[in-house]
Design a protein around this ligand. Structure first.
Ligand code: LMR
Length: 398
C-alpha cells in the first residue's frame, strides 16, 4: 500500500549524531547537533530548573490539558523576555503569543498560519540555511527560496547582496531571519545592519519571520533580541519563534513560543484565535510539564536571577572555547586563518572544511562534524580541545 513512497534519507543532523553514538573510538568528539554541553561534556540540568521541578514535585497537580494557546503566565513571560517588559507593543496589546512545542513547533504553527493568511506567498530563507527551515515551510505548502547571506570566501556576511535581493521580492513575501547566533554560520547582522534592513522590509511590505533559538548565547538575553525589538519599534507586522531548548536546557520538554506582532489590539485578538485553530488541528494543546517549569523559572524573581547567571555562564564558556580553539590552531598551523572561531558567535561555527577533510576527521580521528562543515562549538571542552585542534591541523595540512 505504501511501497510507492520514497525512502526517508534521514536528517543530516540527527543522523550523524546517532552515528557518533554508535562509534567506539575512545577519543571521539561530537560536534554535530546543537546541544549545549558543559565543560565535563554533560548536558546540564540548570539549578533554576531543578529548584522549579522540586517545588512542583512537592505539590502534585492533576495532569489536565493546557489551553490551546498554553499557560497564561508562560505566554506573558515569553513576551517580556522577547520584547522587553516595557515594550510599547506589549502595552498596546498588539502581540499575540502562544506557548509552542519547542522552536520547531513555533515555526510549524507560524508556517501554517502564514499560508492560511497569504496562500500565494512564498518564503525566502538564508543561504546557507538550517535545512529544517526549508522542510517546515514546504511541508506547510509554502514554496521556499534562498537569499544571499554568507560568503564562504570571506567567511562573513554578504549584506549588500542580501539587501539587494530582498528589495526585489514581491510584496507579502515571507522572509526568514535569525536575530542572533545564525544557524548554521554563526555570522549575524550588526545592530547597524538591522537598522538598514528594517526600512527595506517595510517598504517592500515583506513579512519577516524571526527564528530566535539561541537567545542569550550571543551577546546577552537583551542584546540578542535587538532585531526583534527594533522591528517592533518600527511598527512592522512580523512573527517571532523563540525556544527554551538551549537557554533553559529543556530540549526534550519542547518549550518555545510564537509571537505575532500586529498593527492593533483587535488584529492581535483575531490572530490569537487563528493560532489556536492551527494548534487544535495539529496537536491540540502544548505539553504541560515543561510549560509549568519554564513559567516558574521566568516568573519567580529569584529563580529568574539565577537563570540569567546560568545563561551567562553558558555563553561565557562558548566564548572561552572559541578563543582557546583559535589560539591553539594559530600555534599548530600558523598558515591557517582560524580567526572565524572568534569572529562568529553563538553555538555554531562554519568551518568551510571540504567533504574530504570532514570524512578524514571522522574516520581517522572520530571527530564528527555535519556535512555542511558546521561545528556545534559546545561539544568542545578543556579535555578535548587539544585533541580536536591536533586533528584539524592533521587534516588541514594533508
Ligand atoms: C541544530 O541545528 O543542531 C539544532 O537546532 C537541533 C535541530 O533540531 O536541528
Amino acid at each position: 500500500m505504501f511501497e510507492h513512497l520514497e525512502k526517508y534519507a534521514g536528517d543530516p543532523i540527527f543522523g550523524l549524531n546517532e552515528a557518533f553514538h554508535r562509534d567506539v573510538h575512545p577519543q571521539k568528539v561530537n560536534l554535530t547537533i546543537g546541544l549545549y554541553y558543559d565543560n565535563a561534556g554533560c548536558i546540564p540540568v540548570l539549578s533554576s530548573v531543578r529548584t522549579a521541578e522540586q517545588r512542583r514535585a512537592q505539590e502534585p497537580e492533576p495532569r489536565t490539558y493546557l489551553p490551546m494557546e498554553g499557560l497564561a503566565p508562560y505566554r506573558e513571560a515569553v513576551q517580556k523576555l522577547v520584547f522587553g517588559a516595557q515594550h510599547q507593543a506589549l502595552q498596546a496589546g498588539r502581540v499575540a503569543t502562544i506557548q509552542s512545542v519547542g522552536g520547531t513547533g513555533a515555526l510549524k504553527v507560524g508556517a501554517d498560519f502564514l499560508h492560511l493568511a497569504y496562500p500565494d506567498s512564498q518564503i525566502w530563507i538564508s543561504d546557507p540555511a538550517w535545512d529544517n527551515h526549508h522542510s517546515i515551510f514546504q511541508g506547510a505548502g509554502v514554496p521556499t527560496h534562498s537569499y544571499a547571506y554568507y560568503d564562504p570566501a570571506t567567511k562573513s556576511l554578504r549584506f549588500d547582496q542580501m539587501l539587494a535581493e530582498l528589495r526585489e521580492l514581491p510584496p507579502k513575501s515571507f522572509v526568514l531571519l535569525h536575530p542572533c547566533c545564525h544557524n548554521p554560520t554563526g555570522v549575524d547582522l550588526s545592530p547597524e545592519q538591522w537598522l538598514q534592513l528594517i526600512p527595506v522590509l517595510a517598504e517592500q511590505e515583506l513579512i519577516p519571520f524571526l527564528d530566535m533559538a539561541y537567545q542569550g548565547f550571543g551577546a546577552g538575553l537583551d542584546e540578542d533580541a535587538f532585531a526583534v525589538r527594533a522591528m517592533a519599534d518600527a511598527g512592522l507586522v512580523f512573527l517571532v519563534a523563540n525556544s527554551f531548548s538551549k537557554n533553559l536546557s529543556l530540549y526534550g520538554e519542547r518549550c518555545g513560543g510564537l509571537s505575532v506582532v500586529c498593527a492593533t489590539r483587535d488584529e492581535a485578538d483575531g490572530v490569537l484565535g487563528q493560532l489556536k485553530a492551527v494548534v487544535r488541528r495539529i496537536y491540540s494543546s502544548p505539553p504541560a510539564h515543561g510549560g509549568h517549569i519554564t513559567s516558574a523559572v521566568l516568573n519567580d524573581p529569584q529563580l529568574y536571577a539565577a537563570w540569567v547567571q546560568e545563561v551567562a555562564g553558558m555563553r561565557e564558556r562558548i566564548a572561552f572555547v572559541r578563543k582557546q580553539t583559535h589560539e591553539q590552531l594559530s600555534a599548530k598551523l600558523p598558515s591557517y586563518d582560524s580567526s572565524y572561531f572568534v569572529k562568529q558567535t553563538g553555538m555554531f561555527t562554519y568551518t568551510g572544511l571540504s567533504s574530504r577533510q570532514l570524512l578524514a576527521l571522522r574516520e581517522r580521528h572520530g571527530v564528527y562534524i555535519i556535512d555542511s562543515g558546521r561545528i556545534s562549538v559546545p561539544g568542545l571542552n578543556t579535555r578535548n580541545i587539544a585533541y580536536f585542534t591536533d586533528a584539524m591541523a592533521d587534516v588541514l595540512s594533508a
